[in-house]
Design a protein around this ligand. Sequence first.
Ligand code: TXA
Ligand code: MG
Length: 310
Amino acid sequence: MKINLANIKKAKKLLNNSDCVAIPTETVYGLAGNAYSNRACKKIFKLKKRPKNNPLIVHYYNIQDLKRDCNFNNNFLKLYKKFCPGPITFVLNLNKNSKISKIATNNKKTLAVRFPKHPTTRNLLKKLKYPLAAPSANLSSKVSAVCSSDVKDDFGKKIRYILEGGKSSIGIESTIIDLTKKPKILRLGGLDILTIQRVLNKKIILRNSPSKISAPGQLRLHYSPGIPIRLNVKSSKIGEALLLLKKKKIIKSNYYFLSKKGDLKEAARNLYSTLRKIKKNKYKSIAVSKIPNTGLGKTINDRLIRASKF
Ligand code: TXA
Ligand code: MG
């Protein structure tokens, strides 16, 4: 997709004025504001109806910009070199000079940071004098947005501007890794943890005990399309949509598949748009057939399990 400079200019003008703008990223769309501005960060929380204790991810153009706000270590450098810009978020310690709004961090001493790859948003970030706080551009606890019309469906006229960037190529949120202590995965995401493990050359801890959760956003029901979901089913009940990984030879009207041939990357890309489509088509519930728990299948299952806690 070609970069539209006039659109970027418009977004920049609003952001400079501490307004919120939806931005495209390769994972999902973000609801962005100046991360140094309390006013902008407050607006993000309000628009999203996000609990105040759930800190915001901050998006940077590159490592030079990050240096203003965060300290980092060797593990960070290794992963940054290999995967950035891309679908990985790092939790780092803030430094003394950091200008990040305390509203964004909820007064925490750590910051979740990401370097998005989407060319439109990279072009925008390069032009700004501040990084962008941007949680996913959906209402709190609901399915993330992977195109501009999803954002419009959730926020309508409440959002001043949506920077067009087409459909998100990865379609599922970034993988979050805490690097402030021993590397620990806080959220499965668009980057397979085995690839991360290979680069760090050690086994990484996977957060799984809910009592020790340090990403507050992971506590509640999340990623919900707003209707009940049953997992690992063999068949659907009357009135239910059936979500399948792979296209079947015989297709019924309530069948939705995530990939033609069962490719997990393609399935991750289509997951949220398919859940939104099923809801729009007025089904009262969703039955999901088993999805292999390998590679991005792990991330897909993580989201479906959270979405099923309806
Ligand atoms: O792919 C993504 O990461 C997208 C795009 C827009 O960049 N963003 C996204 O943001 O998914 P959000 O806010 O929906 O999810 C960020 C998660 C939340 O669960 C939040 O609790 C956690 O990151 N988080 C933020 N700051 C943190 C911190 N200092 N320590 C631990 N977790 C943190
Ligand atoms: Mg989110």
